[in-house]
Design a protein around this ligand. Structure first.
Ligand code: GLN
Length: 191
């Protein structure tokens, strides 16, 4: 049975970063989001979004708010954007970050440049009939991508949007555009 968007509960990790923008996106898609700040909220979610921010700071907050372990145990669909993608990966180039290891890729922090080098670029995404405008802000690059990972989007040759089972990661910020297609794609995974 396919669920309607309005029947789905999606959690957005509300520690820092652009979580309000994800909330607005989901509301436009008729989903009622929960902003996750307490461990007991995690099990109520049929899917979870980890927004951007600062993966080092988010590591500290996840630990101090007792959210790291319950998120590690969570098996539902997850979508990480930018810093959220770094947290979902298995490792990165910064020992201060702890990883939830939901997708077997390595990430390289800030590899697309510093804040001042932020940019918007058209991304070709599999099954989308037109480009998606990717907003890149101190964005990570994905490395050591193994065959069981599906590359859904690339910027030039560089993979920037990946799927592994029910886990999605993007280097860029789809919540900072008006384009709802990537959020709907995540909802389709839940349905
Ligand atoms: N550079 C940040 C990090 O490494 C991510 C930036 C972002 O989420 N926009 O955590």
């Amino acid at each position: 049975m396919t669920l309607k968007n309005s029947d789905i509960t999606v959690g957005i990790l509300g520690l820092q970063g652009a979580f309000h923008k994800h909330q607005k996106m989901l509301e436009r898609l008729s989903v009622n989001p929960i902003i996750i700040r307490y461990p007991e909220e995690i099990e109520k979610c049929q899917g979870i979004i980890l927004p951007g921010g600062e993966s080092t700071t988010m590591t500290k907050l996840l630990k101090s708010m007792a959210l790291f372990e319950p998120l590690q145990k969570y098996n539902g669909p997850m979508f990480g954007t930018c810093a959220g993608a770094i947290l979902l990966s298995t490792g990165c180039d910064d020992p201060r970050v702890d990883h939830l290891a939901k997708i077997p890729v390595q990430t390289s922090r800030n590899a697309f440049g510093r804040q001042i080098e932020s940019f918007v670029a058209p991304i070709q995404i599999k099954d989308f009939d037109s480009d998606f405008q990717g907003v890149f802000i101190r964005a990570p690059q994905f490395e050591k991508i193994i065959g069981t990972i599906e590359v859904l989007g690339r910027l030039n040759q560089q993979p920037v949007f990946l799927k592994y089972g029910n886990v999605l990661v993007s280097s860029f910020h789809p919540e900072l555009t008006d384009d709802i297609r990537i959020h709907q794609y995540f909802l389709n995974l839940i349905q």
